[in-house]
Each structure stands twice: as C-alpha cells, then as structure tokens.
Design a protein around this ligand. Structure first.
Ligand SMILES: Nc1ncnc2c1ncn2[C@@H]1O[C@H](COP(=O)(O)OP(=O)(O)OP(=O)(O)O)[C@@H](O)[C@H]1O
Ligand SMILES: [Mg+2]
Length: 499
C-alpha cells in the first residue's frame, strides 16, 4: 500500500548540531506507527518536521506519493496533518472551547456561533470521558485536563494524519485507556497515526509498527508483534537493561514531617500523615484526588489551614519561604508553567532556588558554571550546548534539569510530583536510583505518581487519596496494584468535574 506520508533521507541540524541522520519513515492509512527512543533521540524534532513546524535541513517529504514541502504548520494542517504537541500549545487565557476552535471558529453570519462551538466542544470532550465545562479558562484546569483539551482539539480537525507526541505522559491509566480507544477508532476509520510514548506497554498495545531512534539515527523498524517491550527498551538505549528499581531502604523511626488536619479549600479535606527520616513515601490516587493540591498546601504554595511541623517545629502555613527555609522542597508536575523558565539558559534555571549560595556581592558566575557542570554530569542532562535555552531541551531533559535545580537547594525533605513524566526508561532507572540514594543518605522523599509500578517499586509506604481525602495507607507487602486501586476508587463515583 502506498504511504500517506513519507520521510525520505531526513537530516536536521540545530545550528552546528546535527540531531537527525538520514531518517526514513512511512505512515500508512489505518496504521498506528510508534516512534520510540530515549530523551533527546529526536522524536519531537521528527514529528515537527512531518507537521510543517520545522523545515528539514536535508531530505524530502512525500504526501500520497508526491513530493511536498510544508512551509508552515498551516500548510500541513491544510493537507490534513495534525500534530498534538508534547509541550502544550494552548492559549492559557482563552477558554477550552476557544482553544478547540482556535483558527477555525464557527460563524453565523457576522457573529461567532458560540452555541454550536460549545456543543461540539462538549461532544468532543465527552468522547474522551472528560466532562469539563468548555467555558472554563485553560489556566484554571488541571494539567491532565489540558492534555485532554489538546486531544479534543485535534480530534475536532478530522485529520488524515494524526501525530501525537507523548499524549499520555500526563494521563492516568483510565484516561489513557480512553485515549487508546479513540486512537483505535481513528485507525479503523483509516487515519494514519504516529505516536510516541515512553510507556512501552502502551506501545505494545496500540502500535502496528515500531520505529526506534537512537541519537538521531533510526536503529530499528519492525511490526510491533515481533518486538517484546524488553527488546524495544534495549534498542532504545543500545545496551542491555537490568532491573528498573533499586532495593528499598529501611526508614528510621524519627518523624521529620508531620501534617495534621490540613485543609486546602476546594481540594483537600482534613489530611493528616507523617514522614520518617530516610523514607520514600508514595502518594497514589486518581487524577483529581487532591495529591498535588495537598503537597502545594504543605509547602506553602496554596492557602491551607491545619498544621505542618518539620522536625517538630511548626511552620507558617501559606508561606513558601518558611517551608523552604525549613528544608522542604517541592518539584512540580507542571514543569512548563511553574517549573522552568523556558526562555532562560540552563545555568540561570539551575541556580534560581539556591541563588543566595552563589551571591556574595555579585552572582558568582564561576561557581554557577561549576554547579551546572556537576548537574549535567550527575543527572546526565543531554544538552547540545550548555548555553542553550531550557525551552530547547528535549522534554525528558527539562525534567532532569528541574530535578537538579530542586536538589541544588539541598533540601532535607523532597516532594516530587510525577518524577518520571516523559522520561525514557534508561533515565527512569537513573532517577529511581537517585531517589533511593537520597533516602539512604537520610533525606526523606515523598513521591506522587500516577504510574502504579513506580509507586510500588519505590515506596516503603503508600498513602492513597480519593476525592480530597486520605483514603488509606499501605505498607510493605500490602502495597499492590490491586490494593491501591481499590482504595483510590472506593469513594470515586462519577463526578461532574474531574480535576
Ligand atoms: N530549538 C532547538 N534548538 C536547539 N536544539 C534543539 C532544539 N530543539 C531540540 N533540540 C535538540 O535536539 C535534540 C532532539 O530533541 P527532541 O526534542 O527531538 O528529542 P525527543 O526524542 O523528543 O526527546 P524527549 O523524549 O525528551 O521528548 C536534543 O538534543 C535537543 O536538545
Ligand atoms: Mg520529545
């Protein structure tokens, strides 16, 4: 069968750095093609080239067998090629419905047809089991819901080719299932789909063909039924992989953090828990169960009532500074809006939280550069060039920079929200090792994660939240996928608003 969209001999340079090397790829109607590879392998770059977002330095594209050049995103969209970006492309100040219809607003006469747009937005979101109100502003909805809006926006455009860059990175299992069902529907309707994900079980489930990129080279292409997940992972990293999770360390009995009756209005009610020295404490729950909001309350990023004690000393609620001075650090799940300054370079991002350490009279540039070298080494940050902007790092490498930045402030207690979102399997292994080393050194770590294997593999104790409350706690052998899910869903009836 003729390819709908093809890439022939594509090479790409960013300035002096080559990131793609003579890559070929074909997308066929009714086929899901997965593109996998480590962070920085060149997946997003390739997808951007296919969707007119970037012009390749060398090589050509073909549409229905004919050579084609997309001068812009709009050119590609006009040809029916739609891309869902890894980093969202939504306008934060506009509503859900305005985003879904951006650039193709419905009109009746001279006026916008609000009613029709609202109804269609609702219908699209319903297909995704995402019952948010289309009139809400993007800035007011959660990260997973933003992803759903991004997907709804693409679904609404009747794509011939749908390119999805890590659409499930911020979604939970349930939302992912819904998305995969929609992808399956589109495949049956004849859409050609290109899909990236670091979750190889998804790739096995959904893909017909798999292409593996390593350092900008295509190293493998095969029908997915011929590839085990293990084989995919090894092709990605180019070496054999041992176990993913390190051994769990024994926590001490000393309490370092005590949270009593914490209420975050509208999100969390009366939550109490403790954290021990040297412990990795997991927080599980469905999206919208209040995990992030609870931690934001603990570290003073949200108004909260109740008590937070660090090493026995009460800290002022609602004060991020007080929390930081007490040795608490929080690594956000929202690296784009709250985590990194994408328009600044790596050094400026890295030292932001620990600036006082680098400032005597003026900022000590040399010490900062040294800190950056150490961070690049310790966290294996793959940046083509150390002067580059944080926004130009690949998604996974942005996450590593955020981790390095958080750790530079030398916190005693680290709260990490979704530590490996968008992170490849080799790097995941490094981050897990890093978390367990922190605990072994006597720091205490809270890990919020929607990936159950991650919570189960890392934590010695797991707290499960449901609908803003702590639903239960599991320890040791009792930490199983089944037990966590039962607690997480126990109270979860269908809600009007899933946040
Ligand atoms: N605008 C840019 N300027 C300079 N370098 C860039 C730019 N965009 C990407 N790069 C570099 O190109 C390489 C490939 O990045 P790309 O984003 O395609 O990786 P990826 O495979 O999508 O990774 P991830 O899994 O982390 O999303 C990386 O080394 C990245 O730092
Ligand atoms: Mg990417």
């Amino acid at each position: 069968m003729e390819a709908l969209l093809g890439l022939n001999g594509i090479s790409h340079w960013f300035g002096p750095i080559q990131v793609l090397f003579d890559v070929n790829l074909e997308l066929h109607p009714g086929e899901v093609h997965a593109l996998i590879g480590e962070n920085g392998a060149g997946k997003s770059t390739m997808m951007k080239i296919m969707s007119g977002y970037l012009q390749p330095t060398e090589g050509t594209l073909q549409l229905d067998g004919n050579p084609i050049r997309f001068g812009s995103l709009e050119d590609a969209e006009a040809a029916g090629i739609i891309m869902i970006h890894q980093e969202f492309n939504l306008a934060l100040q506009l509503t859900v419905e305005e985003n879904i219809f951006l650039g193709r607003e419905k009109r009746r006469g001279l006026f916008l047809d609000q009613k029709a747009m609202q109804a269609e937005s609702r219908a699209l979101l319903e297909r995704l089991n995402c019952p948010i109100d289309p009139r809400r502003k993007i800035s007011d909805i959660s990260v997973p819901n933003r992803q759903m809006v991004e997907i709804a926006k693409a679904l609404g455009r009747d794509a011939r080719v749908l390119i999805m860059d890590e659409p499930t990175a911020v979604l939970t299992n349930r939302e992912t299932d819904t998305l995969l069902e929609q992808i399956d529907r589109l495949r049956k309707a004849g859409t050609a789909i290109l899909y990236t994900s670091h979750k190889l079980n998804e790739v096995s489930r959904i893909a017909d063909r798999v292409t593996v990129l390593r350092d900008g080279h295509k190293v493998l292409e095969a029908p997915s039924r011929e590839l085990s997940e293990h084989r995919m992972a090894e092709a990605m990293v180019g070496r054999s992989l041992s176990t993913l999770f390190p051994a769990k360390a024994e926590a001490k009995s000393e309490t370092v953090l005590e949270v009593r009756g914490l209420t975050v209005p509208g999100h969390v009610e009366d939550a109490s828990f403790i954290l021990h020295r040297g412990e990795v404490l997991g927080f599980a729950g469905l999206v919208g169960s209040g995990r992030t909001e609870l931690m934001e309350g603990v570290v003073g990023l949200r108004n909260a009532s109740g008590e937070v004690r660090v090493n026995g000393v009460s800290i002022k609620p609602g004060s991020a500074l007080a929390a930081r001075e007490a040795g608490l650090a929080y690594l956000t799940e929202d690296r784009k809006d709250k985590g990194l300054l994408l328009g600044k370079n790596l050094r400026e991002n890295l030292t932001l939280l620990a600036l006082d350490r680098f400032t005597r009279i003026a900022i000590d540039r040399r010490a900062e550069e040294q800190a950056l070298s150490r961070a690049i080494e310790e966290f294996d940050i793959r940046a083509g060039d150390r002067e580059m902007l944080a926004g130009n790092l690949s998604g996974g490498n942005q996450q590593k920079l955020l981790l390095a930045k958080t750790m530079l402030a030398e916190p005693d207690i680290v709260i990490i929200d979704e530590p490996t979102r968008g992170i490849d399997i080799g790097t995941k292994q490094q981050i897990y090792g890093f978390i367990s080393r922190l605990a072994a050194e006597g720091k205490s770590v809270i890990v919020i994660s929607s990936e159950l294997p991650e919570v189960i593999g890392l934590a010695t104790r797991v707290i499960v939240m449901a609908r803003g409350r702590i639903a239960g706690e599991l320890e040791g052998e009792r930490i199983t996928e089944d037990a966590i899910l039962r607690l997480a869903m126990e109270l979860a009836e269908p809600k009007a608003e899933v946040e």
